[in-house]
Ligand binder design. Structure first.
Ligand code: IVH
Length: 715
């Protein structure tokens, strides 16, 4: 990374954009402009990139996010306004008649769906209207614009800054894939595409260069750029460059009605076009093609760094037009840089809602799959020690130590993980990691019980970390889901001493009638937002029994189990009395609890222990006093779905998944996550994929959401 004393990182890179102050944003935008402009120059002008593409992309996204949040702070020299770099001296300049643009990036499947949705929204197309895209490899080379007049190549220009490029006509004429003449083309034809070098040619070139003591290249892209931009065209001629055509600029007549038609036309004119280009009807097909290309990537013989999607219909492309530097009708779906090596600088312990001590790797920041990673999970002490839950070795038994070089990976959007360590680079004084015997948050004993993979803090509600995590769980979307009260507010209120337990949330209004000024004066809170918050809290006093049980955050009691318990006991009083009366391992109450389908001894023990633990129970009783808990409907054994196993898949449009599940269970159905021979009904919404196919193969009754609602009488 380009860094010197004047351009020190402003230290806000990890701060969410929404939390930046204008001063911090100004500083970081300045830093980003310096970094990105220097990187542009290094890459485009000097053919000597000094940061990885993924780091570049991450910086660029951060810059765009800050500019979106603080539009007034956007700089004159904003890197979001430039494509590529300044042009090198030594070549003549060419002003592009049609600007040469860059592409926006997609990093995961969601981004691809969003791209499609943005386009539909922009065009006013229904979600199910047919919209075809082309999908083709994104060639990792440098772009070139070739101008033909009356069928003859008259000019070739690099992209430069997008407006003005370098005249490399003589060099381009030496490339075999670039025809000097074309027959049957419009009078004016600008063909655009990528100059690249194959892996074999790159290896051979570097070997030749090394032999004669010449410059060797870091990768095929640099070799292609360095070879094309030679002031002496004879040198270019000696370098095996290739060219794929994938776009066009200035035209005197249109090539076709569609992107795919235009590319086919370029092919008939004698240009090389990429054979992996395919028309796809929507994101699912695009992503499938992306995966297909990714699978072939290693065997293509040339570098690609993603897949480019383009709206096929050229009339729609025209309607969609451009943003400042990128077309709205195209996007590059990048391949993730999935693995990276970095230094493990420290291991911190995070304490969860149930007291679990989770080791977290603090890493020297590194870009993995387009994202800067500085933390990764280490799971538990066995994982660090190099063994799995059964005591069998993982990583051939190599343990993880602070100071080690570790290999990190990101699979999708989940928390990054540590995959391996490099023993050869282990510092001599690195010590085996020891899990703390006390909770780092409250100092209580941290104990690992027989059969438990994790060590837990025994502090219960006296532990501030557990208390805050419990509160966060309590207000989460599937629990109390109070509008305006998110994790951030909960942390703030806890730190300020306003709430310590869930019950405190419901006494906020009363306690604040005097202290309201305090809340109002806080950043982000006004008269109206404070009043809205109290109203939103009051709205949730009336709540279902299932949600209450789930919201308590009792270990092993998830949403599903909470619904089962609610259906069984039907009222808070019955539930609370049963839990108070029960003895672990024996008696009627124990048996009754264990006989509920889906409740086992582990969950039963956890429930009873929690409900009988004095401090915990006092806090729960306080909460219940504030609420109006709605009884669950008795399990309707006469419902048409009682006793049936049902599976939901695809998008539900009339209700959330959690609600659909709870409703089905109320009616006596068992909701499962996967389709098997035991499944009775599959409810398939839009986007249903493999589950629907499996159900069809197994001959399982499948219905849409509306049919399901009328079956259960909710239509
Ligand atoms: S289309 C107006 N298609 O990627 C959009 N670009 O990151 C024009 N690239 O500047 C670009 N393969 O140098 C397009 N199949 C492909 C591409 C491709 C590589 C390059 C091109 C572009 C850059 C954007």
């Amino acid at each position: 990374m380009v860094q010197n004393s004047e351009t020190q990182h402003p230290q806000t890179g990890d701060v969410p954009v929404a939390s930046l102050s204008p001063e911090q944003a100004t500083k970081e935008l300045s830093w980003l402009a310096t970094q990105l402009n220097a990187a542009n120059t290094a890459y485009h002008r000097d053919d000597a990139p000094d940061i990885s593409d993924a780091t570049y992309d991450a910086l660029k996204r951060r810059n765009a996010a800050i500019e979106a949040q603080f539009p007034d702070l956007k700089r004159q020299d904003s890197p979001s306004e430039t494509v590529g770099g300044q042009i090198a001296e030594g070549f003549g300049k060419v002003k592009h008649v049609v600007r040469m643009l860059s592409l926006g990036n997609a990093f995961d499947d969601d981004d691809v769906h969003e791209f499609d949705q943005r386009i539909r929204k922009y065009l006013g197309l229904a979600a199910d209207a047919l919209l075809t895209y082309t999908a083709e490899p994104k060639i990792d080379g440098l772009s070139l614009s070739l101008r033909y007049e009356d069928g003859k190549l008259i000019q070739a220009a690099t992209r430069g800054d997008g407006e003005t490029g370098e005249n490399v006509t003589n060099n381009a004429r030496t490339i075999a894939d670039i025809p000097a003449k074309v027959n049957g083309a419009p009078d004016v034809l600008e063909v655009r595409g990528e100059v690249y070098m194959s892996h074999d040619d790159f290896t051979a070139l570097n070997a030749r260069q090394a032999e004669v003591g010449g410059k060797t290249f870091a990768n095929p892209r640099n070799a292609a750029a360095g070879s094309l931009r030679q002031l002496d065209a004879e040198i270019t001629k000696s370098r095996p460059l290739r060219f794929f055509a994938y776009a066009w600029g200035d035209l005197s007549a249109r090539l076709a009605q569609t992107q795919s038609g235009a590319i086919a036309k370029l092919k008939t004119l004698g240009f090389s076009t990429n054979p992996l280009t395919e028309a796809c009807d929507g994101p699912a097909a695009m992503i499938a093609h992306y995966k297909g290309i990714e699978a072939q990537r290693a065997n293509l013989g040339y570098d690609i760094d993603g897949v480019v999607y383009k709206v096929d219909d050229l009339t729609l492309q025209r309607r969609l037009g451009f943003r400042s530097t990128t077309p709205r009708w195209a996007i590059a779906h990048k391949f993730p840089a999935e693995l990276a090596w970095t230094v493990l600088e420290a291991i911190d312990i995070q304490v969860g809602r149930t007291g679990a001590l989770s080791p977290v790797a603090r890493l020297r920041p590194v870009t993995v799959g387009g994202v800067v990673v500085s933390n990764a999970t280490l799971h538990n002490e066995d994982y660090i020690a190099g063994r799995d839950g059964n005591g069998d070795p993982i990583r051939e038994g190599r343990d993880i130590r602070v100071g080690d070089w570790v290999q990190v990976y990101r699979a999708g959007d989940v928390i990054p993980k540590v995959k391996d360590i490099d023993l050869a680079r282990r510092p001599k004084d690195a010590m085996p990691y020891q899990m703390p015997a006390r909770c780092p948050e409250c100092g209580s004993d941290a104990i690992r019980e027989e059969g438990d993979a994790v060590r837990r803090c025994t502090g219960g509600i006296i532990c501030p970390a557990q208390a805050v995590e419990k509160l966060k769980h309590f207000i989460s979307r599937t629990a109390f889901d109070i509008e305006g009260l998110g994790a951030k507010q909960v942390e703030q209120f806890y730190a300020d001493g306003w709430i310590a337990t869930p019950a405190d949330i419901f006494t906020l209004r009363v306690r604040f009638s005097e202290g309201l000024q305090q809340l109002k004066n806080r950043e982000g809170w006004g008269d109206k937002s404070a009043a809205n918050l109290f109203d939103a809290i009051d709205e949730k006093r009336e709540i279902s029994l299932a949600r209450v049980i789930y919201s308590l955050g009792i270990r092993h009691v998830g949403e599903n189990s909470a619904a089962l318990l609610a259906n069984h006991y039907t009222s808070w009083t019955a539930f609370e009395q049963a839990m108070t009366a029960a003895q672990i391992g024996e008696g009627h109450a124990w048996d009754e609890l264990n006989n509920i389908d889906g409740v086992g001894a582990v969950m039963a023990t956890s429930l009873i222990t929690t409900m009988q633990q004095e401090a915990e129970r006092a806090s729960i009783d306080q909460l219940i006093k504030e609420l109006d808990v709605q009884d669950a409907e008795a399990r309707a054994t006469d419902s048409p779905v009682a006793g049936k196993t049902v599976v939901f898949t695809g998008t539900l449009e009339r209700m959330t998944r959690a609600e659909a599940k709870a409703r089905a269970e109320t009616l006596g159905a068992k909701v499962s996550g996967s389709v098997s021979a035991k499944t009775d009904i599959l409810i398939a919404g839009p986007g249903a994929g493999s589950k629907a196919k499996k159900a069809a193969d197994l001959g399982i009754e499948t219905m849409d959401e509306d049919a399901w609602l009328s079956l259960i009488g909710d239509a």
